[in-house]
Design a binder for this molecule. Structure first.
Ligand SMILES: [Zn+2]
Length: 376
């Protein structure tokens, strides 16, 4: 309803306006003004001056290195499975892979560069690492020596049969289930003072006894019957120590010592008797006839089993330099033993750093714990 009212009033308003325009009115006279000067048109319009900045030096760019095209990575050759044996000079060497994979729960692998291959055999939790032309085997990370360096033939690693029999087979086997009677032999005593510490002039005989006294309760707690060849600073002959082990019908003999050499020598060593046919690590001047048969050779297999385990546990627990499991024939305290027998060297009293460590009761406790850990 409002719209038509609005329209009506707007029409009336327009009509009034129209009436106003059409109404005659007085007009002013027309004055003609002179033409005004018009501003000159400048074309193109002035532009702001162009400021040309000098070229900025470019920040230095890294030199472009053009790498030569990489040759395609050589792909590992697909090896044929090895023959189990390979004859060298009439001896049948044994393929590590073929022999190893015949063991229960075994894995075999080649690791590293083709020029420096590590042949890894893992059997039942024990890890062996071997290299061609290298007598050192890493057994769970610690060093032991084969009689002969393994050889690479047709890209497969072959091990001397003596090493299979006397080293690798025992190391991968379970420890014998014996009665657990052990003789712990603190080296030296009485007049035999052993080597002298460069740290505090103390003698080896004091430290070996302390090590033994710390080891005894640890082994007893594991169920071992433990006998010590001496419990005080008394002299005991080497033959007397062996006879004592016979007397108590020991199933295991462990002799404890500390080492001496030039001051730069450091680390832990474990010794056992050299099997027939192998060369010893050292002879102390004695002849090392590889055909020698010693009474303790009857225990070649458990010797290396215990040696590898004890050495590995000691090195791991104490964290010292690993000087490896070594073979000797000359040690009188070992060679006539009628049971597995080891000799442990717990560090160098000739090394200023190790002599300081050996003087600490905590270090000797660690040594004892390391040995105890290795025994079942
Ligand atoms: Zn000694």
């Amino acid at each position: 309803m409002g719209n038509w009212k609005t329209l009506l009033s707007a029409s009336v308003f327009c009509a009034v306006l129209a009436a106003c325009e059409s109404t005659p009115t007085h007009r002013p006279s027309i004055t003609i003004l002179p033409p005004q000067p018009r501003p000159a048109i400048v074309w193109p319009p002035p532009q702001p001056p162009v400021v040309v900045t000098p070229p900025q030096p470019r920040p230095p760019q890294p030199p472009v290195v053009v790498t030569p095209p990489q040759p395609p990575q050589p792909r590992p050759p697909i090896l044929q499975p090895p023959a189990y044996n390979a004859a060298i000079s009439g001896v049948q060497w044994v393929s590590l892979e073929a022999w190893g994979l015949a063991q229960a729960r075994a894995q075999f692998a080649r690791l590293g560069a083709e020029s420096d291959l590590t042949h890894l055999l893992r059997v039942n939790g024990t890890r062996l690492e071997l290299k061609a032309d290298n007598r050192v085997v890493l057994c769970d990370g610690v060093r032991l020596w084969l009689a002969h360096a393994p050889k690479l033939m047709k890209d497969h690693l072959y091990v001397h049969p003596l090493d299979i029999q006397k080293n690798l087979t025992p190391i991968l086997s379970e420890l014998p289930k014996n009665h657990r009677i052990v003789v712990i032999d603190p080296g030296h005593g009485g007049d035999s003072r052993g080597t002298q510490s460069v740290f505090n002039k103390a003698y080896e005989k004091e430290y070996t006894l302390d090590w033994a006294l710390r080891l005894k309760p640890l082994l007893e707690a594991k169920g071992w019957k433990v006998h010590l060849t001496r419990t005080r600073d008394t002299a005991v002959s080497l033959a007397g120590r062996v006879a004592y082990a016979d007397k108590v019908k020991a199933n295991l003999f462990i002799s404890l010592h500390f080492n001496s050499a030039a001051s730069e020598h450091t680390g832990i060593e474990t010794y056992c008797i050299t099997p027939v046919g192998m060369a010893s690590h050292m002879g102390r001047g004695a002849a090392d006839d590889t055909r020698t048969v010693l009474p303790n050779n009857a225990h070649d297999a458990p010797n290396i089993q215990y040696a590898a385990r004890v050495h590995s546990a000691m090195v791991g627990h104490v964290g010292m330099t690993d000087r490896g499991v070594r073979r000797v024939r000359f040690m009188d305290v070992l060679k006539s033993q009628k049971r597995p027998a080891l000799l442990l060297e717990g560090g160098y009293l000739s090394s200023p750093e190790e002599a300081r460590l050996v003087a600490m009761p905590e270090y000797r406790q660690k040594l004892a714990e390391g040995v105890a850990k290795a025994l079942p």
